[in-house]
Design a protein around this ligand. Structure first.
Ligand code: BDR
Ligand code: CA
Length: 307
């Protein structure tokens, strides 16, 4: 059974790896890629999405550029993690193709409506485009949303908040309150998807695209070595794609998630009622545990298929 998906992203090292994983996986049919501000400006994340698709020989996949800023907050980019291009590290030629002349939200509306099977959305950046889509369509013909973002425990942008949710908390709150089937793949699980030197070696051993992924990870690891003292990097966004490919890799709990919008200190914190301390109804499947070796086995094997 092939699931139609759209990845809404801000490439970004781990977004790029999520795109490659999806392209390599027969369980998924990538209907298109939509881009959003986030790790870098919209212009750069859009160029990067096209560059990655071209590297994989998949310039047939349409790319539509979306929101260049959050719904109400100021734009902040994560150049301190992903560099000036948003995809610093490996040498990657500039894009030759161009994005569609259609806004990402128009593309999403049209593509989701036209799909025979309900579509799974995999947002791996700030949720601005997705919130705008849901405001417009109420999520008609969306099967589920599997988003990378949030954390039950500590954040990474601030002590309290994860970057994607922090960047546009109002958009995130509207997604969690959409009434749709939402899965939160947060730092609690993605910080278990940290590469090791042995995984890097395996990636380099599977071919040209594997080497590209390992080069991305080398750059992405610099920030994580400085910040956490790790030997590798967490491939956050690919965990969301992997969960759609194989639902056994991550365990979830159905819980209430609220996004903090008022506080300056806790802006964008995902308040997850893991231990059922309130009467608030569950609105998301929250990632709790990850089968780390299963995740990396899948990633290496699939990237190897791209040659
Ligand atoms: C998320 O923020 C970005 O830096 C990554 O691409 C990922 O989507 C992790 O907090
Ligand atoms: Ca991302």
């Amino acid at each position: 059974m092939t699931r139609p998906i759209v990845i809404d992203c801000d490439p970004g090292h781990d977004d790029a790896i999520a795109l490659l994983l999806a392209l390599a996986s027969p369980e998924l049919k990538l209907l298109g890629v939509t881009t959003v501000h986030g790790n870098q400006t919209l212009e750069k994340t859009t160029q990067n999405a096209i560059r990655v698709l071209e590297l994989a020989g998949r310039s047939d996949i349409p790319v539509a550029a979306g929101a260049d800023r959050p719904l109400t907050r100021e734009l902040t980019v994560a150049a301190h993690v992903h560099g000036e291009s948003g995809l610093d590290g490996p040498s990657l030629p500039p894009a030759t193709g161009t994005p569609l002349g259609e806004h990402a939200v128009d593309f999403l509306e049209r593509t989701v409506a036209a799909s025979e099977r309900p579509v799974t959305l995999i947002p791996t950046g700030p949720l601005t485009n997705v919130a705008l889509l849901l405001e417009r369509t109420g999520g008609a013909n969306v099967e589920r949303i599997v988003l990378m973002g949030g954390a039950i425990a500590e954040g990474n942008m601030t002590p309290a908040a994860e970057f994607n949710i922090w960047a546009d908390p109002e958009a995130a709150q509207s997604v969690f309150h959409s009434g749709l089937d939402v899965t939160m793949v947060g730092l609690d699980v993605t910080h278990r998807a940290v590469t090791t030197p042995a995984i890097q070696e395996r990636l380099r051993g599977v071919g040209r695209i594997g080497t590209f992924v390992a080069d991305l990870v080398d750059f992405f690891s610099v920030y994580h070595a400085q910040t956490y003292g790790w030997e590798g990097a967490p491939i956050h966004d690919a965990v969301a794609a992997a969960h759609v490919i194989d639902g056994e890799l991550m365990t979830t709990l159905h819980r209430n998630v609220e996004v903090e919008l008022e506080s300056e200190l806790c802006r964008g914190r995902t308040v997850v009622d893991r231990w059922l301390r309130t009467e608030r109804p569950p609105n998301a499947h929250v990632g709790i545990e990850l089968d780390t070796s299963g995740f990396f086995d899948l990633l290496v094997e699939r990237i190897g298929r791209l040659g």
